[in-house]
Design a protein around this ligand. Structure first.
Ligand code: ZN
Ligand code: ZN
Length: 337
């Protein structure tokens, strides 16, 4: 019997009767992290790592029933031994290690290998079967390493301020925005103006002891107020809102994303005045290296199952498959529990 099978609701473990990051409400939901494509409302019971609980509640409701565990702490759901291991993606992000009848599977969730001051570093977990994400699973995706994003963003902010311009930095409200504030923490001497969707989540990070640059919530500004030379950390939709009046007409924009890297769809498009290559996902080399370091003989690839990573891993002599191969050939497998 296979440890995990693919279903319409996502990855399911028949021996344990639980789902990992189910796409719909289920009985038992094991959650890798609080991003909306992984954590959804309505499940009867949630299991996640302790550092991710406040983010999970902020995203899907304070009244959820959630059982939490430290990284590396083992627990059982039915017959299956489970533990969470850091994925280095955002605060409280986990890989899920599953052990049953002597076999070890790891489902990676989203992960990255680059250092990030706002979350624990990625942990290599040895396993027999590795289910890996591959959001950037093509050889053209290579993040420039060894750079100082905090200094880079701060210099951009200062240069704009000297010209009397505001700096508007677009970033996803959960994870990316806090990483920007984390890398800016040693540099920023003035508060960063944050969109309310960012501010709420900042508090979850601070409550977990993560050092972020000082922030000021845009919702607390007088509607007629005009600012100059400041940094705004907001979602992309911000410029179309009434609140955007505060930045006036003189500003520069930038986007912090892996899609700003050469070879990515956002590169050179001219939608932004500037781009910071900042990804929460592993690039091509890190994906390949991670798969090898787990020691897994069998690999299932999510998100880009038909693409270059499966082919490349096969060339390396590994058994690699798209995650669609986890759909049971015999539907009676679904009835095992
Ligand atoms: Zn994510
Ligand atoms: Zn994701």
């Amino acid at each position: 019997m296979t440890m995990l099978i693919m279903t319409d609701q996502g990855l399911y473990c028949p021996a344990g009767n639980f789902f990992i990051d189910p796409s719909r409400a289920v009985e038992n939901a094991v959650i890798t992290h609080a991003h909306s494509d992984h954590a959804r409302r309505g499940s009867r019971k949630y299991f996640t790592v302790d550092k991710g609980v406040s983010l999970l509640k902020a995203r899907i409701g304070q009244n959820i029933t959630v059982q939490s565990f430290k990284y590396g702490e083992a627990f059982f759901i039915n017959q299956v031994k489970i533990s969470f291991h850091s994925a280095g993606h955002i605060l409280g992000s986990s890989q899920v290690r599953l052990e049953h009848e002597g076999l070890v599977w790891v489902a990676s969730g989203d992960y990255k290998r680059e250092p990030d001051p706002t979350c624990a570093p990625f942990e290599i977990v040895k396993c027999d079967v590795f289910v890996t994400e591959a959001t950037f699973g093509a050889p053209s995706f290579k993040w420039p390493k060894e750079k100082n994003l905090g200094a880079e963003i701060y210099e951009w902010w200062c240069a704009n301020a000297e010209l009397g311009m505001n700096s508007v930095l677009f970033a996803y409200s959960l994870g990316k925005a806090q990483r920007v504030l984390g890398v800016l923490h040693p540099y920023a001497s003035r508060p960063v103006y944050c969109h309310p969707s960012v501010t709420t989540l900042n508090e979850c990070y601070r409550d977990e002891g993560v050092a972020l640059a000082d922030t000021f919530c845009l919702s607390q500004l007088h509607p007629q107020k005009k600012l100059q030379g400041e940094l705004f950390l907001v979602p992309q939709s911000f410029l179309k809102t009434d609140q955007a009046r505060v930045i006036g007409d003189h500003y520069q924009t930038a986007f912090a994303s892996g899609w700003m890297a050469p070879g990515s769809s956002g590169y050179g498009r001219g939608n932004f005045d500037h781009g910071f290559v900042m990804s929460d996902h592993a690039d091509w080399n890190d994906l390949v290296q991670t798969v090898q370091e787990t020691g897994a003989k069998k690999i299932y690839v999510q998100h880009r199952g038909k693409g270059a990573l499966v082919r490349h891993l096969k060339n390396l002599g590994l058994q690699a498959f798209p995650d669609s191969d986890l759909f049971p050939k015999n539907p009676s497998q679904l009835m095992l529990f």
